[in-house]
Design a protein around this ligand. Structure first.
Ligand SMILES: CC(C)(COP(=O)(O)OP(=O)(O)OC[C@H]1O[C@@H](n2cnc3c(N)ncnc32)[C@H](O)[C@@H]1O)[C@@H](O)C(=O)NCCC(=O)NCCS
Ligand SMILES: Nc1ncnc2c1ncn2[C@@H]1O[C@H](COP(=O)(O)OP(=O)(O)OP(=O)(O)O)[C@@H](O)[C@H]1O
Length: 197
């Protein structure tokens, strides 16, 4: 049984504000945050077996001149091609799950831990957390924030959004919804309210 009582799983669509939420939980409430994206990066570090498999599949050009993975190039491949995306996910998700499970095993049931898991529903990781918070905004805002932050074109931003489970469905599956269509401080007020209740 992997489920524990005090795990909060933060999810949502790409660029809807998960890091903004976890940053606040860390700074204002001192809660420990564990980020699935950072474990997904760890899984493909240059000395890992997976790095080799990726280079074998996509060729040397997927490597940066200084040795690391060209994530932009890999993103171009997998977000356009569901078969390749599935292949990559099958390589990375078991590693991410293992890392989160180890953290759970090492924690005490009284600890409140925050897991930020962008693909919590898609990768079937809901069993790792006791409560799921879904951060949402409008698709226009998602596109605008993605284009601004990741320097993507409108089309690239749309492709990334469409590669995920529709946000409305995530909202249906979540236990708590955080509306990030306004200012960050409006978002933080909702978090305060949840944690006081
Ligand atoms: C394709 C990769 C190399 C692109 O790297 P890049 O640095 O541009 O993006 P980054 O890793 O910071 O991810 C940003 C966001 O993209 C979204 N995203 C990432 N992978 C996926 C995916 N397979 N499907 C849908 N959305 C995804 C998430 O919302 C994530 O927060 C990278 O995203 C990756 O390795 N993805 C597969 C691993 C994965 O599923 N990660 C999510 C952890 S649960
Ligand atoms: N309420 C807001 N108003 C304006 N900009 C915002 C707001 N919330 C977040 N942003 C900005 O939108 C971008 C995405 O936010 P954030 O990084 O928190 O999203 P995320 O869900 O963690 O993204 P990803 O899925 O890519 O990891 C950032 O540049 C952030 O500064």
């Amino acid at each position: 049984m992997s489920r524990k009582q005090a795990q909060i799983g933060i999810t949502g669509g790409i660029a809807t504000g998960k890091s903004t939420v976890t940053g606040y939980l860390e700074e204002r409430y001192g809660l420990p945050v564990f980020d699935a994206d950072s474990y997904a990066r760890e899984a493909v570090k240059p000395e890992s077996p997976l790095f080799e498999r990726i280079v074998q599949r996509y060729g040397e050009s997927i490597q940066l001149p200084e040795g690391g993975l060209n994530r932009q190039e890999l993103g171009e491949i997998v977000f356009k091609n569901p078969v390749e995306r599935q292949w990559l996910e099958e390589q990375i998700h078991p590693y991410v799950r293992d890392r989160l499970q180890t953290i759970l095993n090492q924690s005490s049931p009284q600890d409140t831990l925050v897991f930020s898991i962008p693909l919590l529903f898609e990768a079937q990781m809901s069993d790792l957390v006791a409560e799921i918070w879904v951060v949402y905004c409008s698709e226009e805002q998602q596109i605008e924030r993605l284009m601004g932050r990741n320097h993507l074109t409108f089309e690239q931003a749309q492709i990334r959004i469409n590669s995920q489970m529709p946000l409305a469905e995530k909202c249906r599956l979540g236990d708590r919804l955080l509306n990030n269509t306004s200012t960050p401080s409006q978002l933080f007020v909702q978090i305060d309210r949840i944690l006081k209740s």
